[in-house]
Design a protein around this ligand. Structure first.
Ligand code: SAM
Length: 356
């Protein structure tokens, strides 16, 4: 295991067997893997944690993903779209707190009213502080034309999880989704010049470590600049019946594979930004975020929304509902041995280099 990690630290590419070995590492080997993931992070992107203010601006969705609490056929969710003023207020809040960028996330809609609303909001946010705030969009699969419009309005990053690269599993999870369209959308985002993020859910029913190893290889092939991955968390109104009831043992297993996956991404991709996902805190409120950072992550996405609105953007069970102070966030980064970097966009070095 140490040889594989040393190979990464020296800047060499890991092969399929080595990626699989990282994901399959034993509990005894895992601390070594984690230690190297942090060393690789520190060497290739630095030790600073960057903050992104998450603005979950609408939970209307035209998709019916079977794991998701805001899927269209869940009639028990109150649908909302924040108005422009409220979104701008959240963006100002983020800027004043020193977050380098905002992430505008929503359910998936492709109608012109939605597209032009996002375009307008992005244009206004990009005027704040003369383009000081990075703007990440996470609004699902759209046409290359729409991606271009939003890019021209001022968005510079886009986050679109592939969710899984296994076609069969993808089809089982997305009754109305299409794997090829999602893959093509990710390539379109790269072509359009976005700093592109992708990722998967870990611990999905039917998912194997071999599938996860192929997911990591896909991230590398795509040339992903950012990774956002996190554990699947159950939801009473989402319909992955085959998953059965959640048990503490199952939650522990999903956390363990998520941390291994974070380490593998860091060791394989090296100079990318990797988020310590909110879903980690849903499964382990005390340590989830810190353990994510200890597994090589360097980005945290604090939620900027009101408590009421956060409750309605109800993707999964135990989504954190408390507001955090900057001091709380600083404490978790310090616990992970990292520093907090404020007032900079924190673009991944890979992107900066490729654009040079
Ligand atoms: N519609 C956009 C898209 O598909 O990219 C963005 C919104 S979507 C709700 C954001 C992410 O939430 C998804 O990519 C998915 O991975 C995650 N998510 C949804 N339900 C989840 C669950 N039950 N557990 C963990 N993550 C979940």
């Amino acid at each position: 295991m140490k040889n594989i990690c040393e190979k990464s630290l020296a800047g060499n590419d890991l092969n399929s067997d080595e990626i699989l070995a990282l994901l399959k590492c034993s509990d005894e080997q895992f601390p070594t893997v984690q230690k190297y993931a942090c060393m690789v992070r520190d060497k290739y992107v630095g030790n600073a944690v960057h903050l992104r203010g998450l603005i979950e601006f609408s939970n209307f969705c035209t998709c019916d993903c079977r794991y998701c609490g805001i899927r269209k056929s869940n009639v028990h969710v109150n649908r909302y779209t924040m108005d422009k003023e409220a979104i701008l207020e959240a963006a100002h809040f983020s800027r004043n707190r020193g977050y380098g960028s905002v992430v505008l996330q929503s359910g998936e809609r492709r109608d012109e009213k939605f597209v032009s609303f996002v375009e307008d909001v992005v244009r206004e946010i990009s005027a704040i502080g003369d383009g000081e705030l990075g703007i990440t969009l996470s609004c699902g699969v759209q046409s290359p034309e729409v991606y271009r419009r939003w890019r021209d309005a001022g968005a510079n990053r886009y986050l679109l999880r592939i969710e899984t690269t296994d076609r069969k599993l993808f089809a089982a999870l997305h009754p109305d989704g299409d794997f090829d369209s999602r893959k093509e959308a990710l390539s379109a985002l790269k072509e359009c010049g976005y700093i592109t993020g992708t990722g998967v859910m870990t611990g999905l029913p039917g998912q194997t470590v071999e599938m996860l190893a192929r997911d990591v290889e896909y991230f590398r092939e795509l040339g992903a600049d950012m990774i956002g991955l996190g554990p699947y968390v159950t939801h009473s109104e989402a319909v992955l019946e085959e998953f059965g009831t959640d048990t503490p043992e199952r939650m522990r297993e999903r956390l363990a594979i998520t941390y291994r996956m974070l380490c593998a991404c860091r060791l394989v991709l090296r100079d990318v930004n990797i988020a310590s996902a909110t879903a980690l805190s849903a499964l382990d409120p005390e340590n989830g975020r810190v353990d994510g950072l200890l597994s090589g992550a360097n980005v945290v996405m604090p939620n900027t929304g009101s408590l009421k609105q956060r409750k309605e953007y109800d993707l999964y069970k135990n989504k954190p509902e408390t507001s955090e102070s900057l001091e709380d966030i600083r404490q978790s980064t310090t616990r992970a041995g990292c520093t907090l970097e404020l007032f900079t966009q924190g673009n991944p070095p890979r992107q900066v280099r490729h654009n040079a």
